[in-house]
Design a protein around this ligand. Structure first.
Ligand SMILES: *Cc1c(COP(=O)(O)O)cnc(C)c1O
Length: 479
């Protein structure tokens, strides 16, 4: 494309690309919208051209998001305020203060006090939402949070127990444990129920006294686990951690129990799956004087990361405020939407995991389609072309079969309710089961989404974005 082409031309091109094909990889776009052409001087025109090229990427992405059914279980739509607040200067200052009392030292910088004030707001709200005595906002993602828990509770020669990958366990722990000389064990499961076998866990822990940590780290998660019984089966000194990366908003919204009240030493997770916040994470301890608080916190920061992205404190606070205000309704609508999606998929003849327990107790629905390559081909091929965005997994409890993991939280934020979720199920079934022409389904997807704008998300402060208070805040952020 030439430097003289207008911004509108770029917009048209991006929309043309979107209309033409949905790519399963970005190469075509990369080729067509490649970087600024080589040249000597950065004239005003050159800068304008560079900005136009950047704009085209945003147009491409926004259009994609508007027109696609996002059924990935691990992503969400943050509200306008959450998106905008991260643009302030806060991230240009380091913020190290740990979630325990500490003396000023090597990690203390002089500052205005604003970051400490923002941290206090966020921390107080986080403690309240997760029934915890501490709330460390610093981990930059759910993986760092769980890795901090692992390294802070286990030393070389110790052992830890978590979900096997085939039972939905997260991938971030085993390689690290191996490299650190920590033994890995898997949670025993009761056949077909997707629930932890508490009796066999008790035996496992008794037989291996080096086990110091049990971490419930399911990423493919349809059920609530028997947390109180798990706690009761463990010796007092074994640390019980609950990774709420997926169901954080369901817990904070009161639709699932609070892990800390059932005996978990800590709850941790990221803030961008059911919680519609920035890509960030937290670790919250039940007790402020917990013997592992300092070691877990120090592993996260400063050991594994020194930069905690302080510009994201304010957007985390606003996202959690949305949960505090709307979380009760949001969490219940998520559960109702997941049930509606699963039930209709089942009625349509799609093989849905978990019929014996009503298919789902979370935001997730698991479809079984067969072998790994078929599931991958569906997710990146026909479903993607049909405007339906999802990912393929090995389905827990299916004896090695693969399929799709769907999540309803993003569509719930867009305002879809049970009736629309049943329509979504029919569209998915047409592709998965009846091999409908993807472009025909895509038209119907776009039509369905027309009435559910990304501009005003449900359960968000988007309705307040034009208020004088919000305008003053944003004016100050971008001063
Ligand atoms: C997604 C996920 C993570 C990783 O979170 P990131 O923010 O991507 O680092 C950790 N644990 C579980 C259970 C997850 O599902």
């Amino acid at each position: 494309m030439r430097a003289t082409e207008s911004a509108q031309g770029i917009v048209d091109e991006a929309e043309g690309i979107i209309d033409g094909v949905t790519r399963s990889d970005g190469r075509e776009v990369a080729e067509r919208t490649d970087a600024v052409p080589a040249g000597e001087a950065w004239s005003v025109d050159r800068v304008a051209h560079m900005l136009e090229r950047l704009t085209s990427d945003f147009v491409l992405d926004n259009t994609y998001r508007e027109q696609h059914l996002s059924l990935t279980a691990s992503e969400n739509y943050p509200s306008k305020l959450v998106r905008m607040l991260g643009g302030g200067l806060q991230g240009s200052f380091y913020e190290f203060a740990p979630p325990y009392a500490s003396e000023p030292g090597e990690w203390s910088f002089p500052d205005s006090g604003a970051n400490a004030s923002l941290v206090a707001k966020l921390t107080g709200l986080g403690q309240q939402l997760f029934e915890a005595a501490t709330f460390d906002w610093r981990p930059n993602g759910g993986s760092v949070a769980e890795q901090g828990v692992l390294l802070g509770t286990c030393a070389r020669g110790d052992g830890f127990v978590h979900f096997a990958h085939k039972d939905g366990g997260h991938f971030a722990l085993e390689s690290l444990a191996g490299a650190a000389g920590i033994n890995t064990y898997h949670l025993p499961m009761v056949d077909r129920t997707l629930l932890v076998d508490v009796d066999r866990l008790a035996v496992l822990v008794a037989e291996h006294p080096e086990i110091k940590l049990v971490i419930l780290d399911q990423s493919f998660k349809l059920r609530w686990q028997p947390l109180a019984q798990i706690r009761a089966a463990l010796p007092e000194g074994v640390f019980l951690a609950y990774d709420a990366s997926h169901d954080g908003a369901l817990i904070a919204g009161g639709a699932l129990p609070q892990p800390t009240l059932l005996g978990a030493d800590a709850i941790h997770g990221n803030t961008h799956k059911t919680i519609p916040g920035p890509q960030k994470a937290y670790v919250a301890f039940r007790d402020a004087d917990h013997p592992k608080l300092k070691s877990v916190s120090d592993w996260i920061c400063p050991q594994m990361q020194s930069n905690s992205h302080a510009e994201l404190i304010a957007p985390m606070y606003v996202a959690l405020s949305e949960i505090a205000l709307y979380g009760h309704d949001y969490a219940r609508q998520i559960l109702a939407n997941a049930k509606a999606l699963a039930g209709t998929l089942h009625e349509e003849g799609v093989r849905v995991s978990g019929e014996s327990f009503g298919f789902t107790e979370t935001h997730q629905v698991h479809i079984i389609t067969g072998c790994a390559s078929d599931a991958l081909a569906l997710a990146l091929g026909d479903l993607a072309r049909a405007g339906i965005r999802t990912t393929n997994i090995e389905v827990p409890g299916s004896n090695g079969l693969h399929g799709l993991r769907l999540g309803v939280q993003a569509m719930t934020r867009r305002g879809l309710r049970e009736a629309e979720m049943r329509e979504v199920a029919r569209l998915v079934a047409r592709v998965v089961l009846r091999r409908a022409e993807p472009t025909a389904v895509r038209t119907e997807v776009a039509h369905l989404l027309q009435n559910f704008t990304l501009d005003r998300l449900a359960y968000s402060f988007d309705d307040h974005i034009g208020s004088p208070a919000a305008a003053r805040l944003l004016g100050e952020v971008f001063r």
